[in-house]
Structure formats: C-alpha cells, structure tokens
Design a protein around this ligand. Structure first.
Ligand code: BGC
Length: 750
C-alpha cells in the first residue's frame, strides 16, 4: 500500500469495513451501457453499485457518464468510498497518435513522453484516473498481432519507453491536474507466445525472462508506475494470474513495487481453462498470487465470501488455505485498492478528476504533435534518390490504402474517430496544391471471410466489386501518366492487435499482384507500407525505388507520410523490430543467441538457416533506417582498453553529416560477450543517443560505459537467479543500426 498519501485514511477505512465491503472493492467492471435514466437504471452494473459491490469501472465514454456512476457508487457505499475510472488509452485518446510500435520507431523519448502527456490530459478531462498503458511486452514474433501495441524487440529500448510513457502519463504525481495513473502491462512475457498465437503460453529460459521480458517492467516501476496488469499467458507452466513467485516475489519483492495489480479481462476465471482448478480454487490462487482486482469476471465477488468463511482444502490443486489466511489476503488486496485510490487523491475528494477542470487540451496542438510523431515514426528503408519528390513531378497515388481513414487509426483507438484522419490522397493534395492521379488498384484482401473478421469492430474494409483484372488495368493506365507512383499498401487496423495473429505476416496477395503489375510498367515506385506489425517485405524492395514503412500512424499518420514524401520533414525513424525476410522467419531479433553453426545471412548446407529462403533476401535489421542525407561514423574510440569493475570508460564516436540535408541520427551501441559462462546474445543493444546534425556538421557522441552493462543472469530456477559479471573481454559495436557497426574491444579486470 502506498503510505505516502492517505495511509491513515486507508487504515481507518479498513478498520470499519465489513468483509463484503472489502470484497466489493476488488470488483472491477466494464461500463458497458453505463447508467441510463428512468426505469432502465436497474442495469446489472447499477445493481452492483447500489450494493456497494464495485471498486472501479473501465470504459466510460464521457465525463457525464463517469459522474453519474460516481454518484450512484457513493450512494451505494456506506463509507462513501469512491470508484476510480479506467480506460484503454494506448496510443492516444481522442487524438490518436501512431501505434506504440510506430512511436518506438522514433527512438525519441521526449516525443513519446509528450504523446503520453497529451493523452493523459485528454483522458483526465473525461474523468479517467487510470489508463491501461504503457503496454511494454517485448515482441519478436511478427505473427503476434499485439506487436502493434508493443515497444518492439529490444528490452533496453522498451525500458526507456516504459519510463518515458510513465512520466508522460503520471507526471510527478498521477493525482495532479491533467495526469492519470499508468498501468504497466501485460505482466509478463505476453509477447512470447508459442507460435505467435495470441493468449498462448510462453516457455522460455529463466535467463530470457530476467533479461528480455522483465526489465521494461523494472524501468516502469522505477519511473513510479502506479499499477500493473497481469498477462493471460502462462510462464513456464504457471499462468500469470496465479504466478505468486513473479507477482509477489519478483514484482513486489525485487523491484519494490507498491501499487495495484489488476487482472486482465476475465483472466482469473480463465485459470480454470488453464487447468488450475475449480472456479473457487482459481479465485483463491489469483488472490494469493497478488492479483488485487478482478476485471469483469466477478470471480472474487462470487467465491471470496465463502472462502473467507471456510477456507479451502483443494489437494488436487495442491492448495490448502485456512479461512483466516483468506481474510488476510482479502485485507491485503483491499488495502492496495484503497491505497491506489488514496494515491489518486480520491479518498480526500471523491470528485477528484470528475469536475471537467482542467479542460481537455487544445486539439489543434494534439494534431500537430500527432503529425510530427507520424513523420518521426516512419522508417525509410530504401531510397534510390526518388525521395523527396521533385517539385512539379507528376505524381500518381495508387493502392487500397490511398484514401483510407479508419485503418490509419490502428488498433486500440476506442475513442478515436475515423473522420479525424486526413487520408494520404488529401494530405498529398494539400501539399502539392493539386490532387495526384489515383486508382485503388486492388482490394486490401480478397477473401470474404477475412473481410468479415477484419470488420469485427465496425466496417473498415470494403471490397470493390470490379474484377481484379479491371482494377489492375486501371491502375496501370494511371501509373503510365505519372513521373512517379506512390503506392499505399499494407494491413487493415484489425489485421493487428488483440486476437489478430497471422500465419503469414506479409503483404496480402492482391497487393503483391498490384505491385507486380505496377513494377512491370517501369514507372518509378515509392511504396508506403501502413501496417501494425513487422511485415516480411523480402522481394518487395526489388520492385521499387523507395520504400517507407509507415505503420498505422493515427489521425495524422498520412499527413506525416506526405511531409516526408515531399521533403517537408526529414526521415529519422529506425526499426524497433527486425523486418523478417520471409514470413516464416519468425521469431527473429538482432539479439539471438549464437549457435555452433551460425547463420551466415544466406543458406549454407549444415549451418542454421532456411532451405527455401532465396539468397538475395535479407531482413531489414533492428535499428535500421535511412535519412535524406549521409552520416559518416568514424571508428569508435575508448578512453581505456582495460578497466577495473568500478571504472567508467568513455566510448566516443565522431559523426559527420556529409550530405545536403539535416539529419536526426540515432547512434546505437551494442555489446557482445564472446566468452561467458553461458551462451550470450551475439549482440544486444546497451545504449543509444539521438543527435541532430546540420548539413556538414561534425559532432562527437560520448557514452559512459560501466561494468554493469556486461552483467547477465544465471538462473537454474527463478528462486536461484543471480546476476553475474565476468572479468575479460567484451566487444562494443557502434553504428547506425544493429548490422552496420564498427567494433572496439574492452577488457574488464577482475
Ligand atoms: C486486453 C487488455 C485490455 C483489457 C481491457 C484485454 O482483453 O488484453 O490489454 O487492457 O482487455 O480492455
């Protein structure tokens, strides 16, 4: 419990509360239809509020609705304990920013913090106290649809993002005006599901858990995150909603987290399907594991009263808990819920955050920020000098996403509006002063059943009824009128996100056929890919002169792309995930462990690799991205080639912008430890710095390197885990991405 604020109030309330009132505080419900006036106010939610059986509500859609619900809750609560309100504000609220994976591609922590700050201000103006963000699941599998929400493949970058978003959402204090509580999710290893299939379990070395999946949570906690959400998956056979060693052990014990842990949607009752026992048994297991609030399932409400009276003896699940212990666990969870409310300032003032003051921030400001964020998130993967487009060029814009609005928002835009999106066609028209020639070229996907699935949350994909050949012929004719053709391809918003795993994460077949037809015209092609994951683009780059990976960029996503295309903004995005060369090359990351027969980059018999991967297909590496200029890296230098364990060594590199345009360059430092007690990643990111370089400018970038950077975990089990650091040689690799680096060696003395 947080005792910095309201600790005494919490203790006083706890002393007065009945068991039923305490259990009521653990119940977290969806607003659903909310309260409606008149006779219809007897909704299931209203009845729960009248009985004092709700601790918090998520998914309210207006300040008025939140106020009504609070009113009702206070009337139903003997001790006048207020609700708090939560919502999924994942990449913006009303103002939808680029997807989290896109924002990660900016590698710009100040920008990410600013987007989170703006989202917090909008959310808080609508009566929200907590948002279910940041999502900080490291994700290395392009099949997994929730890569869209993730910070990408690397724990160091993800940790920086966890901290930046937490700062943006909470400021110094989540109870201060315009701020909300962050909720780190999904704890943990939700991004490592078997086969990339959403909700599936993770089986991984404890070392990987400690070094890849847990660090972003440690960073978020260190930044002060007030809450955490558990993940649906099991980790090494134990589902996370029952994972006491990781929640009470690692999260609370090792990181010192003192906030609130909420379940994910019906995650407690799902423990029964995981095979952990009866509904009552799993409710107790979740409570004991440290899940303080039960989202939607109402399993605590249903089972804790009887468990608190009789305890539980469930030898089949290896569980025997006396009633007294159950009551102590209920007290523990309730005190944490109240502690969270105290931290939000709600125990002192139940209307805190519900007055409409401060008002929502200026939407025009948000739009400008969203446009800047979109331009900084797009990654230029190839440019044969086609971009930026020459002024006066005759441009055609072809592709199924050329005039799209709704899909541009990306997944998790529950409060966004498609009408707020400026499509690429309009954005290009506005800058060029005249509309590009246009044809849709093909449908986004061809299968009717797939269209239905993509439209599950409202229609965002419609099909042109014309035969494909007719659409292709029209597109080819339009392309032939132009000097350059911009091709807008990619995924629908529901191609990615929750429950949207894909077997084959690449461009849908009709789009590939469109590309074939356009390439055959010989017209120079600029491809802009709008997607929610790392699509396999092997083969696509051979058909175009320029390739821009633009993700789903939110309300101003296409405007950001248009800014880049016409040279009104400089490309600076860098991939936060490796783009596989072929859809089956997944999971993949820059930080893989070496084998005894290492991958050479192409197929070699009796070495690791893929028989059916063509020799000319290479993944786009993590950290990769081009600018409209050239930045030269001089060889990196160390202030000492040998150092003691307490020493700091200076690693410097001199950069020169040798091209004609300004650059925002992200200098990246990777480390490899070629001789260790266990196999270590071939290389992994340990530091990065973003610097601006005017044309012709030279700048030295310095990193302070300490021995702690070479620490790594040894963990025969979670309980026996320890971090070690060996003396000896490490290699630091410095460069503009994870592949094109220069090495320098450093030896740590014992
Ligand atoms: C998702 C969470 C989300 C929750 C509430 C779940 O299905 O996994 O990320 O916060 O729903 O909407």
């Amino acid at each position: 419990m947080d005792r910095r604020r309201g600790g005494e109030t919490v203790d006083r309330l706890m002393a007065q509360m009945t068991l039923a009132e305490k259990i009521g505080q653990l119940n977290l419900l969806a607003a659903g239809e909310g309260l409606v006036t008149g006779a219809a106010t007897a909704t299931p939610l209203a009845k729960r509020l009248d009985a004092g059986q709700v601790g918090a509500i998520f998914g309210t859609k207006s300040l008025a609705s939140a106020r009504d619900l609070q009113d009702r809750a206070l009337a139903g609560s003997r001790l006048k304990i207020p609700l708090f309100f939560a919502e999924d504000v994942i990449h913006g609220h009303r103002t939808v920013f680029p997807l989290p994976i896109a924002l990660a591609a900016s590698w710009d922590m100040a920008l990410i913090e600013a987007t989170a700050g703006f989202a917090a201000a909008e959310a808080s103006a609508e009566g929200l106290h907590q948002v279910y963000a940041p999502m900080i699941d490291v994700s290395r599998d392009a099949r997994w649809g929730r890569m869209a929400e993730s910070p990408g493949e690397d724990p160091h970058l993800a940790g920086a993002i966890a901290a930046a978003m937490t700062r943006g959402l909470q400021g110094d204090d989540p109870a201060s005006p315009g701020r909300v509580a962050a909720c780190l999710k999904h704890f943990v290893a939700y991004g490592a599901p078997l086969s990339g299939r959403d909700y599936d379990n993770a089986s991984l070395a404890w070392e990987d858990l400690l070094e890849i999946y847990l660090p972003p949570f440690a960073e978020g906690v260190a930044a002060g995150a007030a809450s955490v959400m558990a993940a649906f998956n099991a980790v090494n056979k134990l589902p996370m909603h029952a994972h006491e060693p990781l929640i009470e052990g690692w999260l609370r014990g090792t990181t010192g987290f003192e906030g609130l842990v909420v379940s994910d949607y019906t995650g407690i009752r799902e423990l029964t399907a995981h095979g952990l026992g009866s509904p009552a048994t799993v409710a107790l297991r979740a409570l004991a594991a440290g899940i303080d609030m039960d989202m939607v399932g109402e399993d605590y409400l249903a089972h804790l009263p009887a468990l608190a009276e009789a305890g539980l003896d469930a030898p089949e699940a290896g569980l025997s808990v006396p009633a007294e212990r159950v009551r102590a666990l209920i007290d523990r969870a309730c005190a944490r819920v109240l502690g969270f409310k105290a931290r939000l300032g709600l125990l002192g003032d139940p209307w805190r955050g519900l007055t409409g003051s401060p008002p929502a921030p200026d939407r025009a400001e948000g739009r400008a920020l969203a446009r800047k964020a979109a331009a900084r998130s797009a990654v230029l993967l190839k440019n044969d000098g086609l971009l930026p487009l020459a002024p006066g060029a005759r441009v055609a814009l072809i592709g199924p996403l050329a005039r799209d609005r709704a899909n541009m928002l990306g997944t998790w835009s529950v409060s966004g509006r498609a009408a707020d999106v400026t499509p690429l066609f309009e954005a290009m028209t506005a800058i060029a002063g005249r509309p590009p020639a246009h044809a849709p070229g093909c449908n986004l996907v061809e299968e009717d059943w797939l269209v239905d699935r993509l439209n599950v949350h409202g229609v965002t994909v419609t099909r042109d009824p014309r035969p494909e050949a007719e659409m292709l012929a029209e597109a080819v004719a339009v392309a032939q009128t132009a000097d350059v053709v911009v091709v807008a391809l990619g995924e629908a918003k529901e191609h990615a996100g929750e429950s949207s795993s894909r077997l084959c994460p690449d461009l849908p077949a009709p789009q590939r056929r469109l590309l074939d037809a356009l390439a055959a015209t010989g017209a120079p092609l600029v491809i802009a890919v709008f997607a929610g994951r790392a699509l396999a683009l092997g083969g696509v780059d051979g058909r175009c002169g320029a390739l821009l990976y633009a993700w789903h960029g939110g309300i101003a996503g296409p405007e950001g792309v248009a800014d880049l295309i016409f040279g009104r903004a400089e490309p600076s995005g860098r991939l936060p995930v490796t783009l596989p060369a072929a859809p089956g090359q997944t999971p993949v990351s820059h930080a893989e462990d070496p084998t005894g027969r290492p991958w050479t980059g192409r197929f070699v018999k009796f070495r690791t690799g893929w028989l059916d991967l063509p020799g000319d297909r290479q993944p786009y590496p993590f950290g990769f991205g081009l600018s409209y200029t050239e930045v030269d890296y001089a060889p990196p230098r160390l202030s000492a080639a040998e150092a003691g364990p307490e020493d700091r060594v200076r690693l410097s590199v001199t950069l020169t912008n040798t091209g004609p345009r300004p650059a925002t360059e992200t200098v990246q430092v990777y480390l490899s430890d070629p001789e260790a007690r266990i196999t270590r990643p071939a290389r992994h990111l340990v530091a990065f710095r973003q610097v601006d370089l005017a044309p012709g400018a030279t700048r030295e970038v310095v990193f302070e390197i300490g021995a702690d950077l070479a620490r790594y975990p040894l963990a025969p089990s979670l309980e026996e885990a320890r971090w070690v650091r060996d003396p000896g040689r490490v290699v630091l690799h410095v460069g503009p991405n994870s592949r094109d680096t220069r090495p320098v060696e450093l030896t740590w003395r014992a």
